[in-house]
Design a protein around this ligand. Structure first.
Ligand code: ITT
Length: 206
C-alpha cells in the first residue's frame, strides 16, 4: 500500500445515503478512503453542468483542487421518460422541502400521462488527481445506468431520495424495499462503482 500511487482518496459527496453505499461498494480495496468529514470545510461547488458527467467532473476538480487529494465524485439522478427526462440533473433540486413533498409534485406531473411510467437512474463518476505540478486533472470517468419504472405510490423506508418510488431489478420491489446490498447489486451506483473499482485496482499501483 505504501507504494500505491493514490494511497488516500477522497469520496467527495455531501449526501449521507451516497456515502453509505459508496463505502460499501469500495469495501476491501487497499486504499484509505476519506470523506468530506475528514478534511477542512470546502464550500459546495455550484452544479452548473447540463449533464451528469459534466457535474461529476466539476465536483471532482473542485474538491481535488481545494484539498490537494485525489478525489472521486459522483453526479446522479432520476430521468422519467413521460416528462422529458426530468428531474434529471436537477433531481436533488426538484421542488419540495422533503422527498414526500417531491413525490407529491412528481405524481401531480405524471398524472396526465398513461402508465407505465418508465424511468432510469444514472450515476456519472469522475476521478480527479493532482498532476506533477499539483494541478487537479480528471484522470478517469465512467457511468452506470439502471432502467426501471415509477410505481403508483411510494413503498419502503430503506435507501434514500427517490428510492421509494422506483422499481429496481425485476422482482417488483422499490429501492425503499431493498437492503443496501441488494440495491448495490442492481443500481446505477453499484454498476458505476464496480467499473471504477476494477479501474482503480488496476491503476492505483506505482
Ligand atoms: P453531492 O452533490 O454532494 O454528491 P447530491 O445529493 O446533491 O450530493 P447530486 O447532485 O448527484 O448529489 O443529486 C443526486 C440526487 O439524485 C439525489 O439527491 C437523489 O435525489 C437522486 N438520487 C441519486 N441516486 C439515487 C439513488 O440511488 N436513490 C434515490 N435517489 C437517488
Amino acid at each position: 500500500m505504501s507504494s500505491s500511487r493514490w494511497p488516500i482518496i477522497l469520496i467527495a459527496t455531501t449526501n449521507p445515503g451516497k456515502i453509505r453505499e459508496i463505502r460499501r461498494a469500495l469495501e476491501g480495496t487497499p486504499i484509505d478512503w476519506r470523506t468530506l468529514a475528514d478534511v477542512p470545510f470546502v464550500p459546495e461547488p455550484e452544479e452548473t453542468g447540463a449533464t451528469f458527467a459534466e457535474n461529476a467532473r466539476l465536483k471532482a476538480l473542485a474538491y481535488a483542487s481545494a484539498t490537494g487529494l485525489p478525489t472521486i465524485a459522483e453526479d446522479s439522478g432520476l430521468a422519467i421518460d413521460a416528462i422529458g427526462g426530468r428531474p434529471g440533473v436537477l433531481s436533488a433540486r426538484y421542488p419540495g422541502a422533503t422527498y414526500a413533498d417531491k413525490f407529491t409534485s412528481l405524481y401531480r406531473e405524471l398524472a396526465p400521462h398513461p402508465r407505465p411510467w418508465t424511468a432510469h437512474f444514472v450515476a456519472a463518476l469522475a476521478f480527479a488527481a493532482p498532476d506533477d505540478a499539483g494541478t487537479a486533472r480528471v484522470v478517469y470517468e465512467c457511468e452506470g445506468r439502471v432502467d426501471g419504472e415509477i410505481v403508483e405510490s411510494p413503498r419502503g423506508t430503506h435507501g434514500f431520495g427517490y428510492d421509494p418510488i422506483f422499481v429496481y431489478g425485476t422482482d417488483g420491489r422499490t429501492g425503499g424495499e431493498l437492503s443496501d446490498e441488494e440495491k448495490l447489486a442492481v443500481s446505477h451506483r453499484g454498476r458505476a462503482f464496480r467499473i471504477f473499482r476494477r479501474w482503480i485496482s488496476d491503476h492505483a499501483g506505482s
